[in-house]
Ligand binder design. Structure first.
Ligand code: ATP
Ligand code: MG
Length: 283
């Protein structure tokens, strides 16, 4: 069974792309077959995966609008996952999509017949609740929400949750919250700790136990076209994303217990424990 996860938050700069690239690499490192879809015309996930967005012959535009099959476009990345690259052409796709019949379902229809080679499809959404993000949410089984624990973060979250409700009511009733991921976490900051506590109070188990600390290696890695796990696998950022991949796999294994589609992968899930599991000491 393929698990399709949209990484979404309309707020800019919260760590969507960093999470998409590093989670893809971590899941692939653990033996999963992973497709990363760059759904942002900025092409940051493409560049961060080591593919020059200005050099790609075929991109997500050709998949969404020209019906070119996924297998003819995807590129193998050094992180051992496959990438559906993006660049500014996707802006044109967005305009054309707006005029198409069934415009919210273009991606879902294509993934329904083309996602089966993969265990995970991770979709890096743009910082908006545009037709592109709605396409991802319509196609997804779950939405992973990266957020920085700061003052306006919760306010932004309610608009996203309303969109998720809308998507559930208009064609994807089973869309789950995959989890809320606290990113760029600085435990020395009192406000961060307050917002984090509020998140856990409101969302309980929907908040990932894994916390991604603020870590310079995560910011440096994209300029080398590498996920952090290949750039510096001992860095706290890389360790956090490996833990996140473990937590995700553990969650899905629990959900499918009794089923026959459990894909056993190397490396165990993180120790279940206190919140947060990574980055709480500020070291
Ligand atoms: P956009 O909304 O523009 O698509 P985004 O939500 O995808 O942004 P990123 O591009 O992942 O956010 O991150 C924004 C910036 O913060 C980038 O420069 C990235 O390298 C940096 N960054 C992300 N996560 C961390 C982290 N945990 N520690 C340090 N820097 C980080
Ligand atoms: Mg991004």
């Amino acid at each position: 069974m393929t698990r399709i996860i949209a990484v979404a938050n309309q707020k800019g700069g919260v760590g969507k792309t960093t999470t998409s690239v590093n989670l893809s690499a971590s899941l692939a490192m653990s033996g999963g077959r992973v497709l990363l879809i760059d759904l942002d015309p900025q092409g940051n996930a493409t560049m961060g995966s080591g593919i020059d967005k200005n050099e790609v012959a075929l991109s997500i535009y050709d998949w969404l609008l020209e019906d070119v099959p996924l297998r003819d476009i995807v590129q193998k990345c050094s992180g051992s996952f496959e990438l559906l690259p993006s660049n500014l052409d996707l802006t044109a796709a967005e305009v054309n999509l707006l005029q198409a019949d069934g415009r919210e379902f273009q991606m879902r229809e294509k993934l329904a017949t083309q996602a089966s080679p993969y265990d995970y499809v991770i979709i890096d959404c743009p910082p908006s609740l545009s037709i592109l993000t709605v396409n991802a949410l319509m196609a997804a089984n779950g939405v992973l929400i990266p957020m920085q624990c700061e003052y306006y973060a919760l306010e932004g979250l309610s608009a996203l949750l309303e969109t998720i409700e809308g998507v559930r009511g208009h064609g994807n009733p089973d869309l789950q919250i995959e989890g809320i991921l606290r990113t760029m976490y600085d435990p020395r900051n009192g406000l961060t700790r307050d917002v984090s506590r509020q998140l856990i109070r409101y969302f309980g188990d929907e908040v990932f136990r894994t916390v991604v600390p603020r870590n310079v290696r995560l910011a440096e890695a994209p300029s080398h076209g590498l996920p952090a796990i290949l750039y510096d696998r001992t860095s706290r950022g890389a360790v956090a994303y490996m833990a996140l991949a473990g937590e995700l796999r553990q969650k899905h294994q629990q959900e499918t217990i009794g089923g026959d589609d459990i894909d056993t992968v190397a490396g165990g899930p993180p120790e279940s424990g206190e919140v947060p599991t990574v980055g709480q000491d500020g070291s």
